[in-house]
Design a protein around this ligand. Structure first.
Ligand code: PMV
Length: 340
């Protein structure tokens, strides 16, 4: 059977960008719905992207999912669960009265599973492409809510520029909004690859460990204030204050990881070498800061005018394999060229 019998089915290709959180989402207050323990704030990265093509096909008997040329059982099952959420939405809106399976091909232009948030752009892209492929016309808010259920941070990657994930207490009010456009600040994120090892901790497992750190309670007490202060610095275009707060947040996040039970040590010698370099450069007068997610690769934040100097310095470190320079991205893009 072909899709000509179901004219509302389209092949759709979307490009999304992963983000880097300046205030991290760490820990959940509702695991099933992926409601975060706290609000978070991030920047969507223009140089990194995920491209995903989705087509629902009446002849398929199961979802077929290929990510970066690989068919990996765990990822197929997680993507398929997400496709089921989209099918249920389409049924609710009267667009579907049976389960139709999808073919999904997705590619990243950056190393996957190394702590560079490929699941944030991945589930954002899957949400947008799959919903459109079934003829659903979702608002940005609806897409954010849908993407959040696939991977928390994905809810931020349906938005553009500087993004806040609101700290809601139910599924309908836990979504992200853009709080400033990409050109608010000439921010550069130098994404420093020190290893392409697969990270040892999935963020899903990590969120479950958060509360085992004795410092998690203190983090929760302070995080609301921290979020407000960082947002004020951002909107005032005060990069020095913004960077200082973002770096302190990354260190607090890794302190939670280190003091979780069991302890999680993700930093590599190369990560620490970059941290030292950032401190040396700052001491010498360059406005530069770092932040890190659940991996060993590290994000070095500076302003466009200092990009070249910082890059040259980073590339002199023997531990540094690659530096990808990124500005701040606009929103997701629809592409006319498909991956199959
Ligand atoms: O969305 P997840 O489950 O991959 O968790 C993301 C966790 C961090 O990247 C460490 C922080 C964040 O807010 O992106």
């Amino acid at each position: 059977m072909t899709n000509s019998t179901a004219p509302y089915l389209h092949k759709v290709t979307v490009r999304t960008h992963p983000d880097i959180a300046l205030i991290k989402y760490w820990g959940k207050k509702n695991k099933a719905l992926r409601l975060p323990a706290n609000g978070s704030l991030s920047v969507v990265l223009e140089a990194l992207h995920t491209t995903t093509t989705v087509e629902f096909d009446l002849s398929l008997t199961a979802d077929q999912v290929q990510i970066g040329g690989q068919v990996e059982a765990g990822e197929v099952s997680r993507a398929s669960q997400h496709l089921q959420r989209v099918r249920e939405l389409a049924k609710d809106k009267g667009l579907l009265n049976q389960d139709i399976f999808a073919r999904v091909v997705s590619q990243n232009n950056f190393p996957t599973s190394t702590g560079l948030s490929s699941s944030s752009s991945g589930f954002a892209a899957l949400s947008i492409a799959a919903s459109r492929a079934l003829g659903l016309e979702l608002t940005e808010r609806e897409l954010s809510i849908l993407a959040r259920q696939g991977s928390g941070s994905a809810c931020r990657c349906v938005c553009a520029g500087f993004v806040e994930w609101l700290d809601g207490n139910n599924s309908e009010n836990s979504y992200a909004v853009s709080i400033a456009p990409p050109d608010l600040l000439p921010l550069r994120d130098l994404v420093v690859i020190v290893s392409e090892d697969k990270k040892q901790l999935s963020s899903s497992a990590g969120h479950d460990l958060a509360e085992s750190s004795p410092f998690f309670v203190t983090r929760q007490e302070r995080i609301g204030h921290k979020l407000v202060t960082l947002k004020q610095a951002l909107l005032a275009r005060d990069f020095g204050r913004l960077g200082e707060l973002a770096e302190a947040e990354a260190l607090e996040f890794h302190s939670i990881l280190l003091t979780s039970q069991p302890s999680v040590l993700l930093l590599y010698p190369g990560t620490v070498a970059v941290m030292h370099l950032v401190h040396r450069l700052r001491k010498a007068g360059t406005p530069v800061f770092f932040t890190i997610n659940t991996g060993f690769n590290i994000h070095v934040l500076t302003l466009a005018e200092h990009e070249q100097h910082v890059r040259q310095q980073l590339e002199q470190l023997s531990e540094v394999q690659q530096v990808i320079v990124s500005g701040v991205a606009g929103g997701p893009e629809m592409l006319n060229e498909h991956l199959f």
